[in-house]
Design a protein around this ligand. Structure first.
Ligand SMILES: *Cc1c(COP(=O)(O)O)cnc(C)c1O
Length: 825
C-alpha cells in the first residue's frame, strides 16, 4: 500500500510545494511516541485534548521523518527545508479523507461494529470464528475513534479479503464521518448503555447517532428485544433483529441452559434452519456477543456443523494491559489481549512509554495466533524486527513455532517449548530491573508467569545478621595490613542480602569502596543515602549523565567505552573523573591486555576528562591449589601492567588491587593497596581447611509451618505423586517454593530443613509457592513453628552441593519477593 507523497497531497487536497514529491509513504503516525519506521512515515499533526501534534514536528524530523501534514497556521522553521510539509485546513479531516479513499481502493466486504459494550469481543470472536476461511483485517485492540478508525482502515491491503472494524463515538456528528470511512456492508449494533454519554443530550440521541453507522449497509444485526435500538435502526435490505422472546424474529434464540461454565441454546433462523449450540461461557454478555457472531456466520452461509464446532471453542478476549510491580525492581506489563501479530505493535508501544533510562525492555511472548497458510518464517522475522525497533533488548519466546524460528531473533534471546519448561528453568532472579512485556496466547497460560514475577510478600523471610557482617569484615581486616584499603563487593543486591543496610553498615565500619555490578545498583545506593566511593564493575552505560551525577566510578575495560566516557565527560564539562582500569591477567572475561597498555596510556595522557584512580585484575582460580602456578602467573602479569601504568603517571596515587575473599585468605602477600572482599563478607567459606573458620553465616532463610497432617504409609504427597510415604508420617506444608528461589532439585528428600533442632527432609516436588517436609521425628511440632532452610544450622554450602552449584548462586537466587529482615544481636 505504498503511496507517493504527491498522490496523498492530491487526495487530501493540499497544493503545498513538495521538495521530494516521489517519497513513498506506507505508514501513518499521529502519536510521535509511536514512531517505528521514520523513512516511510507520514505524520499528521493533530490537535487533541491531550496535546498539539505540531509541537513534535521538529523532533520527529530529527528522528528521520520527512513528511508531515500540518494545519495552515503552522509556521515552519528553515531547518525543515527538505521535508514534505502538506498544509491543510484540518489534519484530522485530511487523515479521514485519506482513509476513506484507501477504503475505496480496497473495496472488500466490511463488518462494522458499534454499541456501548462488547464491540471488541464481537470483533475478536468473529476473527476466531472466520479466520480459517478468510483473510481478515481488523482494528488493533479497540481503535474505534475518529483517529483510530482511519488508522485501522489503513491496514487494508491487496491480501485483505474482509475487514472487521469497531466504531465508537463520544459526541454527535462523529458517526457520519466514521461511516463515510468504513462504508460497511454488514453493521452490528451490540447494545446501548450509559457509557460515553457525556457528549449527548440523552441516551436516545446517542442511540440514534450510533445507528447512523448502519444506514446504507446491506445487512444489519441487532438485538430486537431492546426497544431503544429497534426504534433507531432504519430499514436496510436485510434486517437480522434477533430475539429471545419473539419466535417470529429472523433469528430466534430459545432453550437457554446454563451450567458448569457453559451455555447451551437453540437457534431458529428465518423460521427454518435450527440447531443447538454450546459456548464455553455462562455469562449473559457472552451469550449476547455469541448471538451477534452467530448471525454473521449464518449470513455468510457457513454450514451448521462448522458453526457448532467453532462456537464450542471460542476463547475469552482479555482487553487489559496491566502494569504490575514485579520482583527485583522489575515492572511487568501484562497484555492479556488476543496474541496475534497486529496486536503486538500497540502492546510494544504501551510498554515503550514506560522505559526509563535505567530499565531495559524485554518481552516474554508466546507463539502468535495466525491463519493456517501464514508464512511462518516471514511472520517471526517481522516479529523480531518489530521487537528490535521497539528497543527490546531481550526476548524470551515460548512455544514450538518460536523455537523453530529462533534464528530470526538476536543472540540474547532464549526459547522454551512450553510455559512449564520456562517455569522450570527460570527463576525470579533471572529478572532484575527490567520492564517486561508478558504477552501470550490464552492456551499458554501466561498468568502463571505473571504470578512468578509479581512482587508479593508472605511469611518467608531472609534474615540478615548485620553483626555477623561486621564480624566477618573485621576477620578479613585482621589478615591484612592496617594501611590496605578494603573494597566491599555488594553487587547482585549484596549477594542477595539486599544492598542498603549492608552498605550503611560497611560505610560505618570504614570500608574504602563499595563495588556494585551495574550502574543501577550504584544509583540505588545513592538514593539510599550512601556517600562513600562506589565502583561500578560492568558500566554498560546509556546514561552517562546519571553516572556522573551520582559520582559512580566506572571500571574501564575497553577503548570504546573509555572514548565514550571521555566524550561524555567533555559534554558535561567534567574533568579529573576517577576511573578504574581493569586488566585481564588470565580470567579472560573483561579487561585490557599488556599489549593494549601503551595505547591506553597515550589516550589517558592526552586528555584531562578522566583520571585513573586504580588498576586492578581478578583471580580466576584463587581457591584451587592445583592452579597456584596459574595464579602466580596472574600476579606476575598484573605486576608488569601496574608498573607500566604507574610509571606513566608518576604524579598520581593509583591504587593496585587483585585479591578477592579467597585471595586474601591464601595470598595475603599480594594485598597491594586494596583488596576486594565479596563472598567472605557474607560468611560463606570458600576454603574448608580451617583457614576461614572465623567466618559467621550472615543470611538465613526462614519460614513457618502453615499446615500439619498425619498420613498412613503409602500415601503420596504432591504433584505427580512423586513422594510416597514409607511409614506413617506427619507432613508439614511450608509456604516457600521455587518462586522464592528454592530450586526444584531440592525436593524429593534431596535436602533437609531444620525444625526445632531436627533435620527434616523435603518430600515430593517443590511447588511454586510451597513445599512439603517430613516432620515425623519432631516432638511437639505445631503450626507456626519456625523452619530454617539455610542459615546457622544448614549451611548454604550444603544446598549448593545438592544442586551442583556454588553458594554464590544459592544466595543470589533467593527471590526478591522474599522479605529481607535485618537485625543486630
Ligand atoms: C565478585 C568479585 C569479587 C569478589 O569475589 P569473592 O570471591 O566473592 O570474594 C572481587 N572482584 C571482582 C572483580 C568481582 O567481580
Amino acid at each position: 500500500m505504498d503511496y507517493s507523497i504527491s498522490e496523498i497531497a492530491k487526495i487530501i487536497g493540499s497544493d503545498s510545494l513538495l521538495p521530494a514529491p516521489d517519497s513513498k509513504i506506507s505508514r501513518l503516525l499521529t502519536d510521535s511516541r509511536s514512531l517505528t519506521y521514520p523513512s516511510d512515515t507520514l505524520f499528521f499533526a493533530l490537535e487533541t485534548s491531550s496535546g498539539d501534534g505540531h509541537r513534535y514536528v521538529k523532533s520527529l524530523y530529527d528522528r528521520g521523518v520527512r513528511s508531515f501534514v500540518v494545519s495552515g497556521s503552522f509556521s515552519c522553521s528553515d531547518d525543515l527545508q527538505d521535508a514534505n510539509i502538506l498544509y491543510v485546513e484540518s489534519p484530522l479531516a485530511a487523515l479521514q479523507t485519506l482513509a476513506a479513499n484507501h477504503r475505496r481502493r480496497y473495496n472488500v466486504p466490511l463488518i462494522a461494529i458499534t454499541g456501548s459494550r462488547g464491540k471488541t469481543t464481537v470483533k475478536e470472536w468473529l476473527n476466531q470464528l472466520l479466520q480459517a476461511d478468510i483473510e481478515i483485517v481488523r482494528s488493533p485492540r479497540s481503535y474505534n475513534s475518529q483517529i483510530g478508525v482511519p488508522l485501522s482502515v489503513w491496514q487494508l491491503d491487496k491480501d485483505s479479503a474482509m475487514g472487521i472494524f469497531e466504531a465508537g463515538i463520544s459526541q454527535p456528528g462523529e458517526m457520519a464521518k466514521l461511516k463515510e470511512i468504513l462504508k460497511p456492508e454488514i453493521g452490528i449494533f451490540t447494545n446501548i448503555g450509559p457509557a460515553h454519554s457525556a457528549g449527548f443530550e440523552s441516551i436516545e440521541q446517542k442511540c440514534r447517532e450510533k445507528a447512523l453507522l448502519l444506514d446504507g449497509c446491506r445487512c444489519v444485526i441487532y438485538n430486537a428485544d431492546d426497544p431503544l435500538i429497534s426504534g433507531c435502526v432504519k430499514a436496510v435490505p436485510e434486517m437480522i433483529g434477533w430475539s429471545r422472546t419473539d419466535p417470529e424474529a429472523p433469528l430466534y434464540i430459545c432453550d437457554v441452559v446454563r451450567g458448569n461454565g457453559r451455555t447451551e441454546f437453540r437457534y431458529i433462523y428465518k423460521g427454518g434452519q435450527s440447531a443447538v449450540l454450546e459456548i464455553p461461557f455462562e455469562g449473559e454478555h457472552e451469550l449476547e456477543n455469541a448471538i451477534h457472531c452467530l448471525a454473521v456466520m449464518l449470513l455468510l452461509g457457513i454450514n451448521q456443523e462448522t458453526i457448532r464446532r467453532r462456537m464450542e471453542s471460542l476463547t475469552l478476549v482479555g482487553t487489559r494491559l496491566e502494569v504490575i510491580e514485579g520482583v527485583n525492581g522489575c515492572l511487568l506489563v501484562h497484555d492479556n489481549y488476543t496474541s496475534d501479530f497486529n496486536s503486538l505493535a500497540p502492546a510494544l508501544d504501551f510498554m515503550k512509554r514506560r522505559i526509563t533510562p535505567d530499565c531495559k525492555a524485554m518481552v516474554i511472548v508466546s507463539d502468535l495466533m495466525h491463519d493456517a497458510d501464514t508464512d511462518l518464517e516471514d511472520l517471526y522475522r517481522r516479529m523480531a524486527e518489530l521487537l528490535a525497533i521497539a528497543g527490546v533488548s531481550r526476548v524470551i519466546g515460548i512455544g514450538p513455532e518460536l523455537m523453530a524460528h529462533k534464528g530470526c531473533f538476536g543472540p540474547e534471546s532464549e526459547f522454551f517449548a512450553s510455559t512449564e519448561e520456562f517455569l522450570h528453568k527460570k527463576s525470579t532472579s533471572d529478572f532484575r530491573g527490567e520492564l517486561i512485556l508478558i504477552k501470550g496466547a490464552p492456551e499458554f497460560g501466561f498468568g502463571r508467569i505473571c504470578e512468578l514475577l509479581e512482587a508479593r510478600q508472605h511469611e518467608t523471610v531472609l534474615e540478615i545478621n548485620l553483626d555477623a557482617v561486621v564480624s566477618n569484615f573485621n576477620a578479613f581486616r585482621s589478615r591484612i595490613k592496617p594501611t590496605t584499603a578494603i573494597a566491599c563487593m555488594i553487587k547482585a543486591s549484596g549477594y542477595g542480602a539486599g544492598p542498603h543496610e549492608l552498605a550503611r553498615t560497611l560505610q560505618a565500619q570504614g570500608a574504602s569502596y563499595l563495588a556494585v555490578a551495574v550502574h543501577d545498583e550504584g544509583a540505588d545506593l545513592r538514593r539510599a543515602g550512601i556517600t562513600m566511593p562506589i565502583l561500578v564493575l560492568n558500566p554498560t552505560v546509556e546514561n552517562f549523565h546519571a553516572l556522573f551525577a551520582d559520582r559512580l566510578e566506572p571500571e574501564i575495560y575497553s577503548f570504546d567505552f573509555l572514548r565514550a566516557l571521555i566524550r561524555e565527560a567533555g559534554r558535561y564539562g567534567i574533568t579529573d573523573y576517577p576511573v578504574h582500569i581493569k586488566i585481564d591477567s588470565g580470567m579472560h572475561r573483561l579487561g585490557f591486555l599488556k599489549e593494549d597498555l601503551s595505547e591506553l596510556i597515550e589516550l589517558l595522557r592526552s586528555q584531562d576528562r578522566v583520571v585513573p584512580r586504580s588498576i586492578f585484575s581478578h583471580l580466576c582460580a584463587a581457591d584451587d591449589p592445583m592452579e597456584d602456578d596459574y595464579t602466580q602467573q596472574q600476579f606476575d602479569y598484573f605486576d608488569e601492567c601496574c608498573r607500566m601504568l604507574l610509571s606513566a603517571f608518576p604524579e598520581r596515587k593509583i591504587l593496585r588491587h587483585i585479591l578477592n575473599s579467597t585471595g586474601i585468605t591464601r595470598f595475603p602477600d599480594h594485598q597491594l593497596d586494596m583488596v576486594r572482599l565479596g563472598i567472605g563478607l557474607y560468611g560463606v567459606k570458600t576454603m574448608h581447611d580451617g583457614s576461614q573458620d572465623d567466618l559467621r553465616p550472615v543470611s538465613s532463610l526462614n519460614t513457618v509451618i502453615i499446615s500439619l497432617k498425619n498420613w498412613p504409609e503409602g500415601t503420596t504427597i504432591g504433584y505427580n505423586r512423586r513422594g510416597t510415604l514409607k511409614r506413617q508420617s506427619v507432613i508439614a506444608t511450608i509456604p516457600v517454593g521455587y518462586a522464592d528461589g528454592i530450586n526444584r532439585h531440592l525436593g524429593y528428600g534431596n535436602t533437609s530443613v531444620m525444625v526445632n533442632g531436627v533435620k527434616c527432609p523435603t518430600i515430593g516436588s517443590i511447588c511454586m509457592d510451597a513445599c512439603m517436609i517430613d516432620v515425623t521425628d519432631v516432638a511437639d511440632v505445631k503450626v507456626g513453628d519456625r523452619v530454617e532452610i539455610f542459615g546457622e544450622n544448614i549451611p548454604v554450602d550444603d544446598l549448593a552441593e545438592v544442586l551442583g552449584t556454588i553458594p554464590y548462586e544459592v544466595l543470589t537466587s533467593v527471590s526478591q519477593r522474599v522479605k529481607r529482615v535485618y537485625y543486630r544481636e
